[in-house]
Design a protein around this ligand. Structure first.
Ligand SMILES: C[S@@+](CC[C@H](N)C(=O)[O-])C[C@H]1O[C@@H](n2cnc3c(N)ncnc32)[C@H](O)[C@@H]1O
Ligand SMILES: Nc1nc2[nH]cc(C(=O)O)c2c(=O)[nH]1
Ligand code: SF4
Ligand SMILES: [Mg+2]
Length: 210
């Protein structure tokens, strides 16, 4: 395929810059502990200074890959597919999730919500970022809100975001990994005082798995 053709396919969401894919245990949030196949799509310009996958940011460094190939492969591993990145909503997720749904797979997304919501999702984990706030529509449909806590101001931000989500949305505070020793006590006290929140840890990092 010539380069312009590839770009057109990426534009339509028929090809996606694929950074990596792996079968592991969902480490975070509501589904933590559950086996799932992860598809990590490259490209993100949200720019979180503590992002734990900065290598994902530049979409140009990840090979445009046909979604049919991605789905054929994913289906061999798990019934639960987690699409993450990078920021997956950088791209049109409709074709990828349609193809996953044709195979009766459960579709989960990890997203900042910074771009318009595309795709059909069984589970939406919304992890909003101060520097590029979510589009309004996703607050009504998010299943879990997962706010990363780097300092105590993030607890104020967390409440602002919690005020916007739907009533069924499950609320999580997750320590930013590099400052976990400092913020975990803060989160623990906060959750005990405000029990509508739950703690989410990046358990895969403790388990030494991807
Ligand atoms: C790498 S992001 C990719 C998906 C999407 N861009 C997002 O931010 O939701 C996956 C999840 O990891 C979280 N995350 C990223 N870096 C982290 C860190 N250093 N400590 C804790 N959580 C982190 C994000 O907030 C998000 O919930
Ligand atoms: N095991 C595991 N669980 C995760 N949950 C969300 C992740 C992500 O990077 O989106 C992630 C990840 O990278 N690994
Ligand atoms: S939005 Fe997600 S992928 Fe993008 S920089 Fe922030 S944590 Fe990293
Ligand atoms: Mg991760």
């Amino acid at each position: 395929m010539v380069e312009e053709e590839v770009l057109r396919e990426v534009d339509k969401g028929l090809m996606l810059p694929l950074m990596e894919e792996f079968y592991t245990i969902q480490g975070e949030g509501y589904h933590k502990g559950t086996a799932a196949y992860f598809i990590r799509v490259g490209g993100c310009d949200v720019g979180c200074h503590w992002c734990d996958v900065k290598e994902s940011w530049n979409a140009g460094t990840h090979p445009p890959t046909a979604i049919n190939d991605i789905v054929e492969n994913a289906a061999k591993y798990s019934n639960t597919i987690v699409v993450t990145g990078g920021e997956p909503l950088t791209w049109n997720m409709d074709p990828l999730t349609s193809a996953l749904k044709e195979k009766n797979l459960s579709t989960h997304i990890e997203t900042s919500g910074a771009y318009p919501l595309t795709g059909t999702w069984d589970w939406i984990c919304l992890s909003p970022k101060k520097n590029k706030l979510p589009e309004e529509r996703i607050y009504d449909v998010a299943h879990e809100l997962k706010v990363i806590v780097y300092n105590k101001h993030d607890l104020i931000f967390a409440e602002e975001q919690a005020a916007k989500v739907n009533v069924d949305c499950i609320l999580y505070l997750q320590p930013e990994w590099s400052v976990r020793d400092k913020v975990v006590p803060l989160i623990v006290d906060y959750v005990m005082a405000n029990p509508k929140w739950k703690v989410s840890l990046q358990t895969h990092k403790y388990l030494n798995i991807p």
